[in-house]
Design a protein around this ligand. Structure first.
Ligand code: 5AD
Length: 339
């Protein structure tokens, strides 16, 4: 059965001609419905700190971007957001920040414990590479899930873009998380400068090989304050590729949670995420970061919702889900995989 999911098959699907796109999207949507149902689970994201010691070449909050005002939210502030989220029927909090090893790891552990003690939320963490022991400690504190993209499966490209980490280290982190029984998410950017459609096919195959619980992918968007500021997305002139990538990802990973990521709305304002939900995705991640911090968490330019409050972002997410005849997920929406 598994020899169905080959690189050749991925490439064939990614090369679908314009006239046959609707068929490809319908197939992905059918598989999504068959395995994941019509519920769209909401994962509220809180970007709790933009302090970062890394210098990833694409990222707007890279350490050496001095145009960013650095912030780190107080634990009490995050906890009170978590409580509000629970009141507004959100069931998962995704805590994301820049990567800074060691310094706040215990504080993060304490925060996880408090959220688990004082709310019923599932906790997803997304704060970068850490040693096995740290992930183990966070798991013991109650962490349910972890999200860490491998960004690209092309080793050469990975090392060019990430002066502070290696591809092998990143994969090891993912394996460690899986071995600890943490629901594990990864993914990649679509259209990094220098990638080819072969890379894209291999990215999708790597997601499948990693046997992930969640997979998040989104178009690369050049940020002017980064070394890639003058580069173009590799599929700049063929943006269908962004959606084809999601559809093929779903076909290759039928039982994974796949979010309609925010970057799609930056490329297609207002309906990018809706389209992604209709072409394979089943998760929406409304931004729960307080408005005053949002300007300072621009990983890429044109990020939507910078002027919104958390309430407005949630409201708009729910309206969008209902507008495409889907329902809002109830319950935590854990992984459906039996590992
Ligand atoms: N364009 C698109 N996505 C980006 N990310 C970081 N910078 C950019 C960019 N310029 C993504 C990375 C990271 C996630 C948090 O944001 O994939 O894992």
């Amino acid at each position: 059965m598994d020899n169905l999911y080959t690189k050749d098959y991925a490439l064939t699907l990614l090369n679908t001609k314009k006239g046959a796109l609707n068929e490809l999207y319908a197939k992905a949507d059918r598989i999504r419905k068959q395995y994941m149902g019509d519920e769209v689970f909401i994962r509220g994201i809180v970007e709790f700190s933009n302090i970062c010691s890394n210098n990833c070449l694409y990222c707007g909050i890279r350490a050496s971007n001095s145009n960013v005002k650095r912030y780190k939210m107080k634990m009490d502030e995050i906890l009170s957001i978590a409580k509000k989220m629970e009141k507004s029927h959100q069931t998962t909090i995704v805590l994301q920040s820049g990567e800074i090893k060691g310094t706040y790891d215990e504080e993060i552990g304490e925060l996880i414990k408090r959220i688990k003690r004082e709310t019923s939320l599932a906790v997803t963490l997304s704060v970068g590479n850490r040693p096995y022991e740290t992930y183990k400690y966070w798991k013991e504190c109650g962490m349910d899930r972890y999200f860490l993209r491998f960004e690209t499966s092309n080793r050469e490209l990975f090392s060019r873009l990430h002066p502070d980490s290696s591809f092998d280290e990143r994969i090891e982190c993912l394996m460690n998380l899986k071995s600890l029984g943490v629901q594990t998410g990864s993914g990649f950017m679509i259209g990094l400068p220098g990638e080819t459609i072969e890379t894209l096919a291999e990215n999708i195959l790597l997601c499948r090989a990693l046997d992930l619980d969640m997979i998040g992918i989104g178009p690369f968007i050049p940020h002017p304050d980064t070394p890639l500021g003058n580069e173009k997305n590799a599929y700049e002139d063929d943006k269908d590729m962004f959606f084809k990538a999601v559809a093929v990802l779903r076909i290759f990973n039928p039982d994974c949670h796949i979010p309609a990521t925010t970057a799609f709305d930056a490329v297609f304002p207002g309906n990018g995420r809706n389209l992604v939900l209709q072409r394979g995705a089943n998760i929406f991640m409304p931004n729960n970061t307080p408005k005053k911090y949002r300007e300072e968490y621009l990983l890429y330019p044109g990020k939507p919702g910078v002027d919104e409050t958390p309430e407005e972002s949630l409201d708009s997410a729910i309206k969008r889900i209902l507008s495409i005849n889907r329902t809002v997920g109830t319950g935590p929406g854990h992984s459906i995989k039996k590992h």
